[in-house]
Design a binder for this molecule. Structure first.
Ligand code: NI
Length: 477
C-alpha cells in the first residue's frame, strides 16, 4: 500500500508538467483562435469597406429630364435601384439658375444625408443582413394667377429602425421675374396680417377633428407664433393657401404631417394685391365709377326669413348690393335664406354665433364664436364671410388679434331696433348721410323692411350707388 502511496506521489509529481503543458497548449490554441478570429474579422471589415465604396457611387444611377405640363418647367428624375441605397428624386428645373441652385441644394443635402446614414449603418452592421434604405422625393406643382408657381417636395426617407420619416419642403416662385417669394411677400410684410394668419392657423389646428387630441401644446405655441420665420412651408393650390407642418412639429406622430388649407376668399383681404385670388366672389363685382358717391347698406343679426326676404326684394328693385352680418345660430336655423342672400349678389359678414360682447370673453370663447359662425356660413352658402362685425361694435386689440377678417364698424346708426319706425329710418339717414357711409340696420324688424324702399329711393335720387362693405373699403383706404 505504501508502494502504491510512493508510486502515487511520483506519478502525481510527474503529471503536473503534463497539466502545465495542457494549460500552455490551451493558451496557445486560444490565442491562435483569437488571432484567426481577429484576422477574419479584419477581412470582414475589409469586405465592408469595399461595399462602402460601391454604395458611394450607387449602381444604375440615372438622371432623366422630361417636360412638365408647364412649358417653362422641366422635371428631373434622379434614380438608382442600388440594393442598399435605392432612391428616386423628382424635382423641377427652369431657365433660372438661382431657382435651380436652391432646389438642387435641398435635393443634394437630402440625398447625401441619406447615403451617409446608410453607409454608416452598413459599416456598423454585425451581421451580413443589412436592411436596405429608401429615399423618395415626390413633386407637385401648382400654378396661381398665371405667373406664380408653388413647388411642393415631399420627402420620404427610411434608413432602418422602426419608422420612415416624411417631410415637406416648398418653393414659391414668380416665373416672370425669377424671384423666390416667402410668406412675408405674400402678406405684404404686414405684421398685423401675420398675426391674423397665425391666429387663424392655430385655431384651425386646435379645432381640427383629427388633430385636436394629438396637439403638442408647447410645440404648437412655438410653431404658430406670429414671427416671419414661421409658416415658411406653404403653397397656393386651387384658391387655397396650404400651410404644411412636419411630423411632430405641432402634433404627435400618429397624425403624420398636418396641412391646413386656408381659403383665399377668406384671407384675400390680408394678401398683397398681386396674390389675391382673381375669380372669387364675382357676385360682388359691380362696375363702380370712382366719381360717383357710394353708400354701403348693412343688415345685422339675421337672417330672419320673413324679414330678410322682403329686404332682398326691395334691394333687387333698386339694383342695390348690401352686406348682411349674420349670426351663426340664425344661419344654422335658416341656411336657405343665407344662401339666397349670396345668390342675389350680396355680401355676407360674420357677426358671431350668439351676439356676445367679445371684449368680455376669453380667447377660446372669441375663437369659438368666430369659427362656429364661419363654418355655419360656409356650410350654408359654400363661401366664407368676407368681413367681420363685432356685436355692439365692441372691439379692442385683443379681440382684433383673434379675428382674421377685416373689422367693419358703421358710420351711421339708424337705431332701427329702438324706434322700430319706418319713417324715422329715413329721417335719421337724411340727417347724417355722407359719401362712403356705412349704414347700420337690422333685418330682424319688419319696420326696417317697411322703411327700406323710401330710403333706397331717396339715396338713389341723391346720386348714391349701393355697394358692399368690401367694395366701399377699397375707397376708404
Ligand atoms: Ni348685432
Amino acid at each position: 500500500m505504501k508502494g502504491v502511496t510512493l508510486l502515487t506521489k511520483p506519478i502525481r509529481k510527474f503529471r503536473k508538467p503534463i497539466q502545465n503543458l495542457l494549460v500552455f497548449g490551451g493558451i496557445i490554441l486560444l490565442t491562435t483562435l483569437a488571432i484567426v478570429f481577429i484576422l477574419s474579422n479584419e477581412s470582414l471589415k475589409f469586405k465592408k469597406t469595399q461595399a462602402e465604396t460601391e454604395i458611394n457611387e450607387p449602381v444604375n444611377n440615372t438622371l432623366t429630364k422630361t417636360n412638365s405640363q408647364f412649358p417653362e418647367i422641366s422635371i428631373i428624375t434622379d434614380f438608382s435601384d442600388d440594393v442598399y441605397t435605392p432612391f428616386k428624386l423628382v424635382y423641377p428645373q427652369t431657365d433660372n439658375d438661382h431657382f435651380n441652385a436652391s432646389i438642387l441644394t435641398y435635393i443634394t443635402e437630402t440625398k447625401n444625408d441619406y447615403l451617409t446614414t446608410m453607409n454608416n449603418n452598413i459599416n456598423n452592421e454585425k451581421k451580413d443582413t443589412t436592411v436596405s434604405g429608401e429615399l423618395n422625393i415626390g413633386l407637385e406643382i401648382f400654378q396661381h394667377n398665371e405667373i406664380y408657381y408653388s413647388f411642393v417636395l415631399t420627402t420620404v426617407v427610411y434608413t432602418g429602425g422602426e419608422n420612415q420619416r416624411t417631410s415637406t419642403k416648398t418653393f414659391f416662385y414668380n416665373l416672370e421675374t425669377g424671384e423666390m417669394l416667402d410668406l412675408k411677400s405674400l402678406l405684404n410684410g404686414n405684421d398685423n396680417n401675420l398675426i391674423k394668419l397665425a391666429t387663424y392657423v392655430r385655431g384651425q389646428l386646435e379645432q381640427h377633428p383629427q388633430l385636436k387630441n394629438q396637439i403638442l401644446v408647447e410645440k404648437l405655441e412655438t410653431t404658430t407664433k406670429p414671427v416671419w420665420t414661421n409658416f415658411q412651408c406653404f403653397a397656393i393650390k386651387d384658391e387655397s393657401l396650404l400651410i404644411y407642418f412636419n411630423e411632430y412639429e405641432v402634433a404627435s406622430g400618429v397624425v403624420g404631417s398636418p396641412v391646413i388649407a386656408v381659403e383665399l376668399s377668406f384671407i384675400n383681404p390680408i394678401l398683397a394685391t398681386e396674390f389675391q385670388a382673381k375669380n372669387i366672389q364675382v357676385n360682388h363685382a359691380t362696375i363702380i365709377n370712382p366719381n360717383t358717391k357710394r353708400v354701403a347698406l348693412t343688415f345685422d343679426d339675421g337672417p330672419r326669413p320673413e324679414v330678410t326676404m322682403r329686404i332682398l326684394q326691395s334691394l333687387e328693385k333698386y339694383k342695390a348690393k348690401a352686406t348682411f352680418y349674420m349670426l351663426g345660430k340664425s344661419v344654422q336655423q335658416s341656411p336657405e335664406t343665407a344662401k339666397e342672400v349670396l345668390t342675389r349678389g350680396h355680401e355676407i359678414g360674420n357677426h358671431t354665433w350668439s351676439h356676445p360682447i367679445l371684449t368680455k370673453l376669453t380667447k377660446e370663447q372669441i375663437l369659438n364664436e368666430y369659427n362656429s359662425t364661419s363654418e355655419a356660413i360656409f356650410n350654408a352658402t359654400g363661401q366664407y364671410a368676407t368681413t367681420f362685425r363685432p356685436p355692439y361694435g365692441a372691439i379692442n386689440d385683443f379681440v382684433n388679434a383673434q379675428i382674421p377678417l377685416p373689422i367693419a364698424i358703421w358710420s351711421i346708426d339708424t337705431l332701427d331696433w329702438k324706434h322700430k319706425n319706418a319713417q324715422t329710418l329715413l329721417t335719421i339717414v337724411k340727417k347724417s348721410i355722407h359719401n362712403n357711409a356705412i349704414i347700420l340696420m337690422h333685418d330682424i324688424h319688419s319696420s326696417t323692411a317697411d322703411g327700406l324702399e323710401p330710403l333706397l329711393a331717396y339715396l338713389q335720387e341723391q346720386g348714391y350707388e349701393f355697394v358692399t362693405v368690401s367694395e366701399i373699403n377699397k375707397y376708404k383706404e
